[in-house]
Ligand binder design. Sequence first.
Ligand code: PA5
Length: 479
Amino acid sequence: MLKRFEDKEWQSSMKIRLDMNNMMAEFVGPHGITEEDIAGIQSKLDAAHQAMTLKRANGGMDFRDLPYVQDEIVDDIINYVASVKDKMDTFIVLGIGGSALGPIALQQAINHPYYNELPKEKRNGFPRIYVADNVDPERLTSLLDVIDLKTTLFNVVSKSGSTSETMSQFMIIKELLENELGKEEAREHIVCTTDASKGNLRPIAEQEGYKSFVIPDGVGGRFSELTPVGLLPAAMCGIDIEELLAGAAYMDSLCKDDNTFSNPAAIYAVLHYIAMQQGKNISIVMPYADALKFISDWYAQLWAESLGKKFNNEGEVVNVGQTPVRALGATDQHSQVQLYAEGPKDKVIVFLGVDKYKASIEIPKLYSDIPSLGFLGGTTHNQLIKTEQMATEYALLKAGQTNMTITLPEVNAFTIGQLLYLFETATGFAGELLNINAFDQPGVEEGKNATYAMFGRPGYEEKKAELDSRPEKRDKYII
Ligand code: PA5
């Protein structure tokens, strides 16, 4: 299945590169990290490497095996897509959090930036794709304005099958479809992606006769992009999912290294961990490619929800985590970069760069008599964005602000597979270093439970009483 996995030449030409020079004190100055800092946590590093291996062997990190264990699932997805793609003009994901951010990031990265606006033949016959994650009533109503239910396929994605946002959207859509198309026909317009046995959605899918895919048991929402959560929407808009998994498998081969300095996930995690110990509690991801813009959103959830924790594994209060910030080069050079350069030294900035863009635009040789414009003529936008990236990197280095650069030779399914897998594994590794559980989300659960209680869901009476006893808001603080 992993057709590129054996192709060594392709691998080395498409290997993503990490440049960590500007994290190091010898380059960035006193706010940076020294080799002694890393050597100083050697026993922690050894323990983290060991835990990564042990947990993987014992089912504690199932996301790491996803590139190898899904041959049948991939075939099922490819066959299903082939069977529906001609009938459907639009594919809509109903999901939120880990069930939405990956599909958005992947499709925006790999497909034409105006994919949905292209005529179907230019989409190689694949449907348009939308992701309806939020429950803002204006959003869903507006989406319904631009689609035809008769040619729309809805993918309900929920691991728990109880997320209010997703399940309420499903209920709305189910009723709409049944009213418009009748129950029989409506069935063909819904496909579910959920747990194999747990939660509400599995029995619903079975009772209603919906086509369904399984989210493997040990893989949580934000680590699920390489399961049918991400693979089905990707395949539905023409992305080569075998290539994606091959890229992930290739990154896995690099992340098994016990040597921290040559293991991309380990070194990414270690440098961020030490930075956190130095009080750098902000993690910025700044791609210099619009294609990678939504990778920052996906990363923000992964890094924040996994590492932002109150308790460590011993139950002690630690309140750790870095706040992720999404930026885009060159756009944010005209907004946030001022703060990055001159504000507090509380950040790690990760640039995402691309060697080869999918297009090239030449700037015409105009205004050669105006020196402040003439220098642009005869160059390309490709040179301009690349140069701006290097210049920003230099400016931040000069300002003493720790930064690193991850470069993709080009943006394709293989390199994106590597990038997703790298960030997921680095998150797991950082969790080990921080001695926290990177795979739960008690803070999110609290909000979900409070919603259930306020909505009067049975079983949440105690939570309702707790909420009702919170202090009354005071008018004097509301103006
Ligand atoms: O990472 C997570 O676990 C969450 O962000 C979930 O993906 C999100 O809450 C949606 O949950 P579910 O897939 O159960 O609907």
